[in-house]
Every structure is written in structure tokens, then in C-alpha cells.
Design a protein around this ligand. Structure first.
Ligand code: PGA
Length: 252
């Protein structure tokens, strides 16, 4: 894959704007040598405006609304996040699906709105422990991809994050086989829908840390990470970025 691997930090509902600004400011100086990796910070909306970063650092929103403006108290539009300098938006995270009841259909509306506003969606998909135990993993991934990307004509600006729900914030990571199988399945599903030459970038998420990131990144079809807990800690996040940078250098 020609595009750079991604290491994205999803801060969820953590860090005030000033904490986030300080964190990124310190981190920037530790990443001056990074050439082979795109680093994405996804602060809460309130921190998005103050990111003050440039390539290879980017920012992402953790959500957006499907409409361009209007009477939607408490919501944020694509043009608002774009005006804050964000290039990406995380959509369909399992916490949005489970806690806030977001359906594939709703996520699809947000994806098409993000794309038409020139924001790249990072579509999160993944099975629960129960679904995996019942042999439904591929069925769930297939459904979440097909419904999430419905009517999307060109997928070159979409990214998928495979995040098994049971691995998020639990300290449990999917096994190497499980990761390779799921990522392969996702890429094949996209090729079936969009043509053989269409390669989508697939990130892994779920308890990624400094100790497991090298092994995970070297697996087939892993194009980077979406990281929650470990992205909140400066040392851990920098270490993971450096590990991916070195591992990618070896691949080139
Ligand atoms: P985690 O979260 O790294 O803390 O498991 C990942 C995520 O929710 O994207």
C-alpha cells in the first residue's frame, strides 16, 4: 500500500483543551524525525481548534452530524470540524453504537456527509465477544462495511478501523490470526464491492500498547492503529509511533 501507515489516538472524553494543547505541544518536539507515519489526534470537539499541528500530524473529530446545519442542539457539523483544521472524523465507534444507539444507517449518513465535506471518515467496525463466540464475526463485519459504506462511490478517501469490541479498553488483544483474518476479510469485501484494485487502509484497534504494537504492525494487512488508552500517555504514544516508524522503514 502506497499511503503511509496511520497511528491515530482517540482521546474519547479525556483532556481539556489546555491539557490537549500542552500534550500535543510536547509531543511535536519528540516526533521531528517521523517521516513514514501519519499521526492523528482525535481530541474532544472542544480541543480540536487548538491543535496547531502540521503534516505528518493531523487532527480528527470523534463524531459529526449528518446535516450541514440546523436545529440540532448539541451537535457539530462537518464544516465546523473542517474549519477547526480537522482532516478526519472517527465514525461508528463501538461506544457510539452501544452507548448512543447509532445504527449502520445513521453512520452511513454521517459518512456520506463527511466525504462530501472533504473530511476522511475512519469507519470503526468490529464484533462483540458473543458474536465471535457464535461464529458471526464475518457476518457482522460484512454488514457493518456494506451498510456503513452504502452509496459511497469512491472509497479512496475512506479508512476502516477493525476494533473487536471485546478488545477495546480491556487489555485483551485479538490474536495474530484473528487480526489477519479480519483485515483480509475487510479488504476482500471492499475489493468485491469496488473492484480488485481498490485497496482500503485498515487500522487495528483494541488495547494496542508499546509492547504489542511491533508484532501487530508487522501482521499482514495491518496499515496502522486506532489507539484509545495508550494514546493518552505521552511516553506510550510516542513509543508506539516510533515503533511503527521503524517497522515501516524496514518494509520500504
Ligand atoms: P483502547 O481503545 O486502545 O483503549 O482499547 C481503542 C478504541 O476505542 O479506539
Amino acid at each position: 500500500m502506497k499511503v503511509k501507515p496511520i497511528v491515530a489516538g482517540n482521546w474519547k472524553m479525556n483532556k481539556t483543551p489546555s491539557e490537549g494543547y500542552l500534550f500535543v505541544d510536547r509531543l511535536k518536539n519528540l516526533l521531528l524525525d517521523i517521516k513514514n507515519v501519519s499521526v492523528i489526534f482525535a481530541p474532544p470537539f472542544t480541543g480540536l481548534f487548538d491543535m496547531n499541528i502540521k503534516e505528518p500530524l493531523f487532527s480528527a473529530a470523534q463524531n459529526c452530524h449528518w446535516d450541514s446545519s440546523g436545529s440540532y442542539t448539541g451537535e457539530i457539523s462537518v464544516s465546523m470540524i473542517k474549519d477547526c483544521g480537522a482532516q478526519y472524523v472517527i465514525l461508528g465507534h463501538s461506544e457510539r453504537r452501544q452507548i448512543f444507539g447509532e445504527s449502520d444507517e445513521l453512520i452511513n449518513k454521517k459518512i456520506t456527509t463527511a466525504l462530501s465535506g472533504n473530511i476522511m471518515p475512519i469507519l470503526c467496525i468490529g464484533e462483540t465477544a458473543e458474536e465471535r463466540d457464535n461464529g458471526k464475526t464475518n457476518m457482522i463485519l460484512n454488514k457493518q462495511i456494506n451498510n456503513g459504506l452504502k452509496a459511497v462511490k469512491d472509497i479512496k478517501n475512506c479508512i476502516v478501523a477493525y476494533e473487536p469490541v471485546w478488545a477495546i479498553g480491556t487489555g485483551l488483544t485479538a490474536s495474530n490470526n484473528q487480526v489477519e483474518e479480519a483485515h483480509g476479510f475487510i479488504k476482500n469485501t471492499v475489493r468485491e464491492n469496488y473492484g480488485k484494485s481498490q485497496d482500503i487502509q485498515v487500522l487495528y484497534g483494541g488495547s494496542v500498547n508499546e509492547s504489542n504494537s511491533e508484532e501487530l504492525f508487522n501482521l499482514n494487512e495491518v496499515d496502522g492503529f486506532l489507539i484509545g488508552g495508550a494514546s493518552l500517555n505521552l511516553d506510550s504514544f510516542v513509543s508506539i509511533i516510533q515503533i511503527v516508524e521503524k517497522a515501516q522503514e524496514k518494509k520500504l
